[in-house]
Design a protein around this ligand. Structure first.
Ligand SMILES: Cc1cc2nc3c(=O)[nH]c(=O)nc-3n(C[C@H](O)[C@H](O)[C@H](O)COP(=O)(O)OP(=O)(O)OC[C@H]3O[C@@H](n4cnc5c(N)ncnc54)[C@H](O)[C@@H]3O)c2cc1C
Ligand code: SF4
Length: 331
């Protein structure tokens, strides 16, 4: 007798455009039927587990115009299909925007960074295990949150800004780009628009099924980083259960301009504490114009955690965030 399995992956139409116009036309005509594919490191998990299906895919990585790192009059532009390894190893990114090079180098494992793209890293879906297992929670169109329930396991979840869904923004590069005042370039068949990194990510109160402002037919094609923070003093730290192959429990990304021990200006963003990268503007304001000291570090650490609303199993994230902010201020 021959064993048979009905668990066969459905047919997927694969489109592999090599030029920009073709890719944008495909995205427009396929709309929400056209799954955009970077390196597939988030996508393939969904398909392998059979918890989301795709009928058509548009592979973006063969469009040369969306690849590579270029110097511009006002900073640099990184094509959205550039791999995380290329970003982490790029001499220009390393020398001027070390914050991003470090953050990109902390994603997952070398194998995932070799194929994972910046666009995919920024647009990746929530990593809540209930959702990834295919349960019918709010984010999946249902009417409850399994993580935020009396028995819910929510160690990895949000301590700020939840609205029905308590999943966090999982991207390591996102807080770094917020701290660098980056701009996202979004293209579609009807043109291009730009959105500040901070406004690119959206929480569940605005859209519970998507984590970014991208509409059907739109593609993130580049990320621009201005000179504003080039060569500033940077700090990136990611705390996770394991050193590789793991998402942040909390991360911190800071850019500071310090002169004679005084903080002239600062950008501070935290990852994995909210459904979007959390910019800590109150901390930035408290740092500006102050002499760097242990007392200042303590003071801003408590500002950073103000208003946190931990869930049953993630109280540890509150002191962890405070301590990471302290370490960033110490430098
Ligand atoms: C074991 C494991 C560990 C991981 N650890 C981490 C980690 O520590 N930190 C971290 O940040 N991530 C982590 N990831 C998540 C993710 O796989 C990587 O971040 C990777 O960079 C995703 O990029 P990709 O190009 O492979 O994404 P893809 O799977 O190709 O795309 C991801 C999503 O983004 C969309 N998309 C892709 N490119 C674009 C674009 N240009 N415009 C619009 N939409 C686009 C896709 O449609 C898809 O929905 C991990 C993944 C795995 C499997
Ligand atoms: S946290 Fe969000 S993704 Fe997770 S179960 Fe709740 S609604 Fe679903």
């Amino acid at each position: 007798m021959v064993a048979t399995s009905n668990d066969v992956m459905p047919d997927i139409e694969l489109y592999q455009p090599t030029d920009e116009a073709n890719a944008l036309a495909l995205a427009a005509s396929l709309g929400n039927e056209g799954w955009l594919l970077g390196g597939g490191q988030d996508t393939f998990g969904w398909l392998k587990d059979r918890n989301k299906i795709a009928t058509a895919m548009i592979e973006l990585t063969q469009v040369d115009a969306w690849k590579g790192i270029r110097e511009t009059a006002d900073g640099i532009e990184i094509g959205a299909v550039t791999t995380l390894t290329d970003i982490a190893n790029d001499p220009l990114v390393q020398s001027r925007y070390g914050l991003l090079a470090t953050a990109a180098g902390k994603v997952a494992s070398p194998q995932i960074r070799n194929v994972g793209t910046l666009g995919g890293n920024l647009v990746q879906d929530a990593r809540c295990w209930y959702y990834r297992r295919g349960l019918d929670c709010y984010r999946a169109g249902g009417n409850l949150c399994y993580a935020d329930s009396p028995e819910g396991l929510n160690r990895e979840h949000a301590i700020f800004g939840a609205s029905r869904c308590v999943a966090v923004s999982p991207s390591d590069t996102a807080p770094a780009l917020v701290a660098l005042d980056a701009t996202m370039v979004i293209s579609s068949s009807s043109g291009q628009r730009t959105v500040p990194a901070q406004d690119f990510f959206v929480g569940p109160a605005r859209d519970i099924e998507n984590m970014t402002v991208l509409n059907d037919g739109e593609i993130l094609t580049a990320v621009r980083i201005p000179n504003t923070w080039a060569n500033a003093e940077f700090y990136f730290e990611k705390v996770a259960d394991r050193n590789v192959w793991d998402f942040a429990l909390v991360s911190i990304a800071t850019a500071m301009k310090v002169s004679g021990g005084t903080v002239q200006d600062a950008r501070v963003a935290a990852g994995a504490v909210e459904c979007v990268p959390r910019r800590l503007q109150a901390v930035e304001n408290a740092l500006r114009g102050q002499q760097r000291s242990e007392q200042l570090a303590d003071q801003v650490a408590s500002i950073a955690t103000n208003g946190a609303q931990p869930l049953n199993y993630n109280h540890f994230k509150v002191p962890l965030l405070g301590n990471l902010v302290k370490r960033a201020v110490r430098g």
